[in-house]
Write a protein that binds this ligand. Structure first.
Ligand SMILES: Nc1nc2c(c(=O)[nH]1)N[C@H]1C(S)=C(S)[C@@H](COP(=O)(O)OP(=O)(O)OC[C@H]3O[C@@H](n4cnc5c(N)ncnc54)[C@H](O)[C@@H]3O)O[C@H]1N2
Ligand code: MOO
Length: 394
């Protein structure tokens, strides 16, 4: 069995080059920027007032000044600065040439055209031209555009961007026991939850999920499932990955000419993971146990979907202190579902007592996956460990 690190390298190698597409900014949130976006102007385009008040010359601060004009956003004052004068100015207006500070109106007294400064601090209340960005500045690719990025691009006068096309991910759950949510289970049946959970992970990573009809435990049904995925960019199967008589995924994939990258990894949960390519179509075979499928989704499928968009793997390990003692670890790298709470220097992490890979309720409660290397010795409360944060809505 190969290690998690080796397996991830194999999985990422399945990603082809991201495919570009141009979208307008109002459709670009969450998309992966593929080409640098270049500012087409300088911001602010002029020295700009940061407060409502009066523009004046610092050397005139102590005298009585004459207000000789007005500047507002969109309405510059284009006269000439003269000693002893001030300009009524509003936030966002260009500061007229020759004036080097803006006094807030709360800090000045005005009577008719006469103005006296009552209080003056260090700040000039002027935003210098180009203080935010300059023509030619670039937003680098390799990131998913967030709300601030969209605002920045708009301010840069970039109306559209080149992003990666969203990978289409076909999801094939299989098992004779599975029915859809909302149906009434007969004897021995359960609801298919994995395909929906994995579809949610696909969307989270920027892909477009396509849930295929549930395959039955027959070669014919699985072949039909694979055929239905022919126009996808990635096929993810769930279940049927292990060694039981009804675990047919490897068999069908081989029959279809799968070039296997690996099958089985030294990881818990998720040992029976398989990956490879069928012709040009990358394939991931996730194990059927619901938590195993989700953990493999986080560690392998989401990084692959990100790589298909030119993004990094998105896996950021963090440090925490153990909130309880732990016995020695077994021969596989272990991802334990755990809760997090605030600690003095680092967060405190408490792995749940029950790590059954079928318990979705615990996966849903978990804040983090505590990562324990294979053969990690016993650990005591207070030891520093690493973890992978899980996405939470709250
Ligand atoms: N003799 C061995 N048995 C098992 C081994 C092993 O090494 N030797 N590995 C175990 C491990 S680890 C895992 S993980 C499971 C994975 O097996 P499969 O990928 O073949 O999964 P299935 O047998 O199809 O299903 C396992 C379990 O999950 C439920 N399931 C499957 N699909 C769904 C779905 N879409 N929604 C909800 N639940 C699903 C299924 O009913 C089973 O209960 O194998 C162990 N066995
Ligand atoms: O690895 Mo299985 O995925 O332990 O439940």
């Amino acid at each position: 069995m190969i290690s998690v690190v080796e397996a991830l390298a194999h999985v990422l190698a399945l990603a082809g080059s991201p495919r570009p597409e141009t979208v307008s900014l109002d459709h670009a949130a969450g998309r992966a920027l593929l080409q640098p976006a270049t500012a087409r102007l300088t911001q602010p385009p002029f020295d700009s007032a940061a407060m409502d008040g009066y523009a004046l010359r610092s050397e005139d601060l102590n005298g009585t000044l004459t207000v000789i004009g007005e500047a507002a956003a969109g309405h510059p004052w284009s006269g000439k600065a003269a000693p002893g004068t001030a300009i009524r100015i509003f936030t966002g207006a260009p500061v007229p040439a020759g004036y080097d500070r803006v006094i807030m109106q709360e800090n000045a007294r005005r009577e008719g055209d006469r103005l006296t400064v009552t209080e003056c601090g260090e700040a000039t209340h002027i935003r210098p031209r180009g203080g935010d960005f300059a023509t030619g500045d670039q937003l680098a690719p390799g990131r998913r555009l967030n709300a601030a990025d969209i605002g920045l691009l708009a301010a840069m006068n970039v109306p559209e961007v080149t992003v990666a096309r969203c990978p289409r991910v076909a999801i094939l759950a299989g098992g004779d026991e599975l029915i859809r949510p909302g149906q009434t289970p007969m004897d021995g049946q359960i609801i298919s939850s994995n395909d929906l959970a994995i579809a949610a992970q696909v969307a989270e990573a920027g892909g477009i999920p396509q849930i295929l009809p549930i395959a039955r435990d027959t070669l014919e049904s699985l072949r039909e499932g694979f055929a239905a995925a022919s126009d996808a960019d990635l096929i993810v199967t769930i279940g049927g990955a292990s060694v039981g008589d009804h675990d047919l995924i490897a068999k069908v994939a081989a029959e279809l000419g799968m070039q296997r990258s690996f099958y089985k990894i030294a990881m818990r949960p998720g040992k029976p993971l398989m990956a490879g390519k069928i012709a040009d179509l990358p394939m991931l075979g996730l194990p059927g146990n619901p938590v195993s499928a989700m953990v493999c989704g986080i560690l392998f499928m989401q990084p692959l979907i990100r790589a298909m968009q030119g993004l990094g793997d998105g896996i950021t390990l963090r440090r925490a202190r153990l909130d309880r003692d732990l016995g020695p670890e077994g021969p596989r790298q272990h991802y334990l579902r755990a809760g997090l709470r605030d600690g003095d220097d680092l967060p405190l992490i408490r792995p749940f007592a029950d790590q059954d890979s079928a318990r979705l309720s615990l996966m849903s409660q978990a804040d983090a996956l505590l990562v324990r290397p294979a053969a990690d010795p016993a650990r005591a409360a207070g030891d520093i460990v690493t973890y992978l944060p899980l996405p939470r809505q709250a």
